[in-house]
Design a protein around this ligand. Structure first.
Ligand SMILES: Nc1ncnc2c1ncn2[C@@H]1O[C@H](COP(=O)(O)OP(=O)(O)OP(=O)(O)O)[C@@H](O)[C@H]1O
Ligand SMILES: [Mg+2]
Length: 256
């Protein structure tokens, strides 16, 4: 699914511009990295694109269809196509529910969705959850566990399995690896990369860490105080004419 954002602006209160004239395009099946320091507006952009927040000016087109500026939480069609993975895996899992119940929530919400992995099968609900766990490299035995019995990396995999269960065409990842240690971060990035190859999902990958973004995305934009200050392809990362702020992010990530 292609995404085109033109001149997008948003403010929470008067005179504080949180997003300022944002424009970018992502082609179907591509991955766009969005980098910027804390407070630059990354999560706000994600929430606007997900329909959890309204926006003021500009336009968002998904597959050529305009997405209205109001909150779109009630637009089922939209939420079916656009899923999100959050920084804190805990926030998307109910601690009182066994993993299999949390995993099936999106499929229960969108009963009309028949994902390809269920096409020719007559699986029980638990078996569906087991299949989802396998897709993200977790053992079937985890279905009956509770979130408190999983590691941070395992919980994030469950979050990913849940998000991809309804085969979204656009997946927004807001700092999905920020709370994980480095080796687990790399495993999650590898998983996302593999899933993208298999499913042709369009991915927006948000991070303050430019290194994580370079792992997954060929194209990236740099946000600073709500504005895009730099926009380039991976192979142009070390070009002399990169914005000084991008250079500072590269230095901060120790990949210079
Ligand atoms: N609900 C809200 N009401 C008012 N201001 C908000 C709200 N949410 C965010 N902001 C402000 O908008 C700006 C951008 O916040 P946002 O959460 O989008 O940044 P971010 O780039 O995701 O930061 P981080 O890396 O820390 O997650 C900040 O100045 C923040 O204080
Ligand atoms: Mg954020």
């Amino acid at each position: 699914m292609s995404l085109e954002v033109v001149g997008l602006s948003k403010n929470y209160e008067k005179n504080t511009q949180v997003l300022n004239n944002i424009s970018f395009q992502v082609k179907e099946g591509d991955c766009l990295g969005i980098v910027g320091e804390s407070g630059s507006g990354k999560s706000t952009l994600a929430r606007v694109l997900l329909g959890l927040e309204s926006y003021k000016d500009g336009s968002i087109m998904l597959n050529g269809q305009p997405i209205p500026p109001q909150k779109r939480s009630l637009l089922r069609q939209y939420r079916k196509n656009v899923q999100m993975i959050f920084q804190d895996a805990n926030s998307s899992l109910n601690p009182k529910l066994p993993i299999w119940k949390s995993l099936l929530e999106p499929l229960d919400n969108f009963k009309e969705v028949k994902p390809s992995f269920l096409a020719h099968s007559n699986l029980t609900r638990k078996q569906i959850a087991e299949n989802l766990l396998e897709m993200v490299g977790l053992g079937k035995e985890m279905v009956d566990r509770f979130p408190g019995e999983l590691s941070g990396g395992q919980k994030q995999r469950v979050g990913i399995a849940r998000a991809i269960s309804i085969e979204p065409t656009l997946l927004i990842c807001d700092e999905p690896t920020a709370s994980l240690d480095v080796t687990v971060q790399i495993q999650i990035l590898e998983l996302l990369s593999e899933l993208q190859r298999k499913t042709n999902m369009t991915i927006l990958f948000i991070s303050h860490d430019i290194r994580a973004v370079t792992y997954l995305c060929r194209k990236m934009i740099v946000l600073k105080e709500g504005s895009i200050v730099d926009q380039f392809m991976l192979e142009e990362l070390y070009d002399q004419d990169r914005h000084s702020y991008t250079k500072a992010l590269i230095k901060a990530a120790s990949i210079d």
